[in-house]
Ligand binder design. Sequence first.
Ligand code: PMP
Length: 390
Amino acid sequence: MALSKRIATLTGGGSDGWDLFLKARRMIADGVPVTELTIGEHDIRTAAPILQDMHRSAMAGHTGYAMVPGTDALRDIVAKRATERTGVPTSRDNVLITPGGQAALFAAHAAACDPGDVALFIDPYYATYPGTIRGVSAIPRSIATRAEDAFQPRAQDIEAGVAGAKSLLINSPNNPTGTVYSRATLEGIADICQRHDLWLISDEVYDSQVWEGAHLSPRALPGMAESTLVVGSMSKSHAMTGSRCGWLIGPEHAIEGLINFSTHTTYGVPGYIQDASVFALSQGDEFEAEVGAPFKRRRAIAQRVLAAQNTVGLIPAQGAMYLMLDIRATGMSGDDFADALLEAEHIAVMPGESFGTAAAGHLRVAMTVDDDAFEAALTTLCRFAEARAA
Ligand code: PMP
């Protein structure tokens, strides 16, 4: 029995770029000690007090169907966080709670695009973006950025690809590059969105992990609140990846429409997860800083290790839990380098090619092992690159 084209073609065919990750996992299963610097998962687990609150809520009976848009308490505290951080007045009517940022990305594109519409996204990109767009029967079109711009998109490149587009998806702080979009970049993007009537879908799941500069939500730019859908999540800011709790923030009419969409897709998020998320958010900014602190520390380690050599280039790591390394001086592709490094040194990093074409000749390193192991792995990686470049 044939599957719909939507499902059969969701990943666009070919390798999904995760071959190296799977190879590393197979080596580990075979007993090989591999240092994994591949996926965006903290090396700490969800904090015990959050789990205790989850348990308390479940034992108190919050185990039935929860409110589909999200509980009032969670929508309110997410709205308060957005108001405080952006200055844009935000109420619970601007907030839809979703099972993670991924479901919010899907809902946002469902709201913005009709079947056959073009949806823009920026290359390099988080792995699910094109498939999410295909999932709503829209057509993904990538806009390439350049390593020499530290992967900040250029307005003229977006403009050149804008014909027929209904939406533009951006992500700052960025996975995989660690780039934080500047005010100038975001103002250029806002200008294009306004002139071409595009929904701006702003994935801000790393908003609490900024190491240089400041996070600016484009929803706060003049006139943008009516056409911006902001994706947020507890996953990265609170080390709650497995809890599947995120949100979409947007204009009231969009949220109202998407509450219907949730009723017919996810039917919301478990009440005890939402209660624990309220508890976690009420711990405030200091707690989010604590969750992000290991990445800030390891970024400083990386800057020190990389300063001691000149084969591997570091794209300024301004935010998120990743480093983007330029290994073009070795003459190797990211794919070949990552494979050779895994074979020879048992260190797993993601080839830049896994994230589109713009990061070819680069590696994405997730800063997700303890400081000593991280420093040792990075030092070995640099020596390995130096030997290849020689
Ligand atoms: N956006 C980006 C850029 C991500 O890196 C991730 C997860 N790695 C997500 C969205 C989705 O995260 P979640 O569904 O866990 O909130």
